[in-house]
Design a protein around this ligand. Sequence first.
Ligand SMILES: [Zn+2]
Ligand SMILES: [Zn+2]
Length: 372
Amino acid sequence: MDFDDRLERRHVLAAMEKIKQEDVPERAQSTKYDVLHPDDGRPFPPKLVLSIAAELATGEPLPRTKFTGGEQTNARLRALGFEVVPKVATSGPVTLDALRPGDVLTNDQLSRLFGVGNAGGMRWSGSQGRLVVIADHTKSLYDDRWEDDVLHYTGMGRVGDQTLTGQNQRLAEQARTGTPVHLFEVFRQNAYVYVGEVRLTGEPRRERQLDDEANERWVYVFPLALVGEAQRPVPDRRDLDRIEGNRRNVLSRASVGELVRRARLGGREQPGTRQTVVAQFERNLAVAELAKRLAEGRCDLCREPAPFSVSRVPYLECHHVVHLAQGGADTIENAVALCPNCHRRMHALDLRSDRERLLARIAARDLVMSEA
Ligand SMILES: [Zn+2]
Ligand SMILES: [Zn+2]
């Protein structure tokens, strides 16, 4: 079946909000794929999301028995700009011996495997005598940062001065006690990437940071070095982009006073670096060049002349109306030439009305092409 044209991105976002409030019915759990919330990467079952979104869009219920999951559902969600990813394996390694750096666990799997609780950045396993340390990049504004193969990890306690008690104390004494410490990093909700074992490689340092209520306080930062086969994860570029976008959202609501404090405390002479995996599309340069040529020096959206020229060629940028990342085709029928302003506008808003204008422009342009 075809999905109704009235189904838009905002309906999908509203469906996700609804599921958040009501929890997912057991039978509606997805088995193979998740669709991710664009803000925090929280996973949702694609089919359930789509059935609720379709009802919000049309006013008619769309029972989940009326359409199939899988490719059809995923393609529709991708076309609306959502990321659909294979689910974190629901079986996962069943024993600690089978766990390898790079394995991804759900929170439940992690808790079961290590015999720890299911909340907190540091979790102690009394039964196994191990400490599990989690660097969750989706949660906080300050960041645990890598410098070469050492992670500078901020201790426990989200508000007020941190103290060397509880798990902080256990980690501080690790060099002496030899307690096994297992590190996970999180780049997307409920996907815990196993880094491997780490050890304390120097004294914990005290550092000034802002807490969750934006008050300045003392924290402890623990330098943790990789042990044995442990390996720094190489996250997907899209996960890091989402984390950054989310932080930007939070900061856009902060007061100037808070921004001053954050800029002062968070500014670093030497920003940390991280390797990422980027799926790079091989674009057809002729398509891009042809789109610009057909535009004849005017932006395909606002129809104004290009704002400047480079070597006497009007400066425009090629844009794909259905983004390549969403399965759009790299063909001239999907490519337009935009001024930098409109190009940013499309990526920031991607309004349906703008897309329709571009498609109309492409259709008008086809006439020119067929005459050529
Ligand atoms: Zn323009
Ligand atoms: Zn573009």
